[in-house]
Ligand binder design. Structure first.
Ligand code: FES
Length: 282
């Protein structure tokens, strides 16, 4: 029998699991998730060239071509459900983070039809404090391949001009959210387990909560760890290095890449600087 996951209730004191409605298996999750979005179906059919041109921007409802829109997976009870398809704003994340025990918040989104997760971390508040439980901040770490070979350092976002657009700002990162295992869509606190609980431990290990979690085969990612790693374009077989978040557990071979962004007024807008990084499922 397929493994079933308990959906996370919108508020901790809600019982969203009554009559079995709050439980999903992998097939049900995929149905209610992004894979039903027309944009992704389009993306899956594009080769690497078509993919790059697709990323040049689409007109989107209520925002600029580069605006990131909230995307509430169908059937879920996420905090941004009443903002579905509306442009993401910094204030929405700050407001939600104020109700978190870690000061973190995150949401799934769509940018030019691509699945993303925006993660807010109280980095500026905590970065000069001693590392401690539930005081999250972004951590720049070394990235290594599955065989342990060193690839590069997350510090390159501070040290190399080519990655300057990825330097930490506004307490936020944007992640291209396709699992490098078999290309499912990892989510933020959509299911209830130890990996998605609202707590945080330093060090980028598989311990502690607030991981991005892929329900398909349980890969986990720490969105507070920035590393350099290497991936493979599945269309042309070419390897490439990228800056992304760290995989902490499960079958995925590496983490998921970052997307640079700006805050325009209060709106979060992505930048198409690293289109080739989003091709590992192409
Ligand atoms: S597709 Fe994500 S763990 Fe398999």
């Amino acid at each position: 029998m397929a493994r079933r996951f308990k959906l996370r209730p919108l508020h901790e004191n809600e019982d969203s699991a009554k009559e079995g409605v709050g439980f999903v298996d992998r097939r049900e999750f995929m149905r209610m998730s992004f894979n039903t979005a027309a944009g992704l179906i389009t993306m899956a059919s594009l080769g690497s060239v078509g993919f790059a041109s697709f990323l040049m921007g689409q007109a989107s409802s209520g925002g600029s071509d580069q605006a990131i829109l909230f995307y509430a997976p169908k059937g879920s009870e996420v905090w941004y459900g009443n903002m579905d398809k509306q442009p993401m704003t910094m204030q929405a994340f700050r407001d939600e983070a104020a109700d978190s025990s870690t000061g973190m918040s995150a949401a799934a989104g769509l940018w030019s039809g691509l699945p993303v997760v925006a993660v807010y971390v109280p980095h500026e508040e905590n970065t000069n404090r001693p590392l401690s439980e539930n005081e999250p901040r972004f951590q720049l770490m070394d990235g290594v391949t599955a065989s342990g070979a060193y690839v590069g350092s997350g510090y390159e976002i501070e040290e190399k001009e080519e990655f300057a657009s990825l330097s930490i700002h506004d307490n936020m990162i944007i992640i291209f959210s396709r699992c490098p295992h078999l290309c499912c869509i990892p989510g933020w606190q959509l299911v209830n387990n130890d990996f998605t609980a609202d707590n945080w431990l330093p060090g980028g290990t598989d311990s502690g909560g607030n991981k991005l979690f892929c329900i398909c085969h349980s890969s986990r990612y720490d969105p507070t760890v920035i590393e350099k790693n290497t991936a493979r374009n599945r269309s042309n077989g070419q390897d490439f290095d990228f800056i992304g978040i760290k995989k902490t557990g499960g079958p995925a071979p590496y983490g998921m890449p970052l997307i640079p962004f700006i805050v325009n007024g209060d709106a979060i807008e992505a930048l198409p600087d690293f289109k080739d990084w989003y091709t590992f499922c192409g």
